[in-house]
Design a binder for this molecule. Structure first.
Ligand code: HEC
Length: 99
């Protein structure tokens, strides 16, 4: 009888902090993004300030509409280009669940 133990330990030392710190390829965290990029105008709980309340935005607008607003801004004062594409998607998904 031969033993087959041993080969499985070779795979242990791969990628730990590969894409975690540069902010471009890491998975965006919507809540943290909102805090950094949105709450200055929308209020620290998104309850509205100089900009509208977003706490029930998902009841009014679809994820696509929200994504479009985040990406392109509005004539009413919502700036465009605050976040990159992946971040805009993540935020839209997160906001669309607020209803
Ligand atoms: C410089 C201030 C400012 C910042 C920063 C800002 N917004 Fe806005 N936002 C506005 C204003 C003003 C409006 C209202 C625009 C209008 O009525 O046309 C708005 C509108 C919106 C709307 C539509 C609300 C509605 O009821 O139709 C969404 C969604 C939104 N913002 C999301 C975001 C997100 C997400 C961020 C962060 C990435 C963000 N905003 C950052 C000013 C801002």
């Amino acid at each position: 009888m031969m033993t087959l133990i041993g080969a499985s330990l070779l795979l242990a030392a791969c990628g730990n902090d590969s894409a975690s710190k540069d902010g471009s390829s890491a998975e965006p965290d919507a809540a943290q993004l909102a805090e950094q990029k949105c709450m200055g105008c929308h209020g620290k709980n998104l309850e509205g300030a100089s900009a509208p309340d977003l706490t029930k935005i998902g009841a009014e607008k679809s994820e696509d509409e929200i994504h479009d607003i985040i990406k392109n801004g509005t004539k009413g004062g919502m700036p465009s280009g605050l976040v990159n594409d992946a971040e805009a998607k993540e935020l839209a998904k997160w906001l669309a669940e607020k209803k």
